[in-house]
Every structure is written in C-alpha cells, then in structure tokens.
Design a binder for this molecule. Structure first.
Ligand SMILES: [Zn+2]
Length: 140
C-alpha cells in the first residue's frame, strides 16, 4: 500500500529546535506528513563534507524518501549556534556561511533530483536563561 508524505525535512539533531520545527511544520502545512532526517551541521554535510559517508547517507535517504513516500519537497533547516559548524567571529559571518552552504546543498540535491522543490531556512536562536526564542528565516 502506498503512503505518501508531502515533504522531507532535513535538520540538525539539536534538541533546542525540535519543538519549534514541529510547530513550523504546521505553518508550512506539512504537519503529520513529513519524513525527518537529522544530522549535525545539516547543509554543511553536502556543501563542505568532512566525510563522504555522511554526504552519501544524506543523498541516499533523500532518494528513499522520494521513491518510497513520493515527497514533492525537501526543506533544509540550518540553525544559528550549531555545534556541527566552526566558530564564528560574529553573527553576520555565521549567517553568510550558513546561507552559502544551504544554497550549495540545494544545488547538489536539485542536480540529482530535478523534480523536487527545495526550500531553505535558517533558524535564528535567542536564549535567555531557560527561555528560547526561535525564528525561521527563508533563505532565497
Ligand atoms: Zn546543529
């Protein structure tokens, strides 16, 4: 029996973002209908991979999601203050690097899966004690 998902979300394993990403899936109208792939560093694993295994694992998983669940969209969400990334001098340079990685990752996926729609987001994080504020910004 076929079971379709609307999208595949690729994001970081970081616990601080999971509730917000779930809420965001509602906003994207894919709640309850998305595959989820988590890996530290997200887009960097495709754009500037430390090892080819993780890159291949990601591409292989996208292919499975596409083939088995007939997804139409891939949503890649990188985030601020990511442990999978290098240290940055300031927020501006951090954002520049994430944007570049997201765009390059999208191109790599698009070249292999021309039928998929790809949406990119950067999650901004503000932490005050135990309070967390997360804002998703679309990367175009
Ligand atoms: Zn992370």
């Amino acid at each position: 029996m076929s079971h379709r998902a609307k999208a595949l979300i690729i994001t970081c394993m970081d616990f601080r973002f999971q509730d917000a990403i779930h809420d965001f899936s509602r906003e994207l109208r894919i709640e309850g209908s998305y595959d989820l792939l988590t890996v530290p560093g997200v887009a960097k694993n495709l754009s500037r991979p430390d090892d080819q295994n993780t890159k291949n694992y990601l591409l292989d998983s996208i292919e499975k999601s596409f083939r088995l669940h007939e997804i139409a969209r891939v949503i890649i969400i990188n985030h601020q203050n990511c442990g999978g990334y290098e240290e940055f001098d300031n927020e501006a340079s951090e954002k520049v690097q994430h944007y570049a990685d997201l765009k390059k990752a999208a191109k790599i996926i698009q070249d292999i899966f021309p039928d998929l729609k790809i949406k990119l987001y950067f999650a901004n994080l503000k932490e005050k004690g135990n309070e967390r504020e997360i804002e998703f910004e679309e990367v175009k």
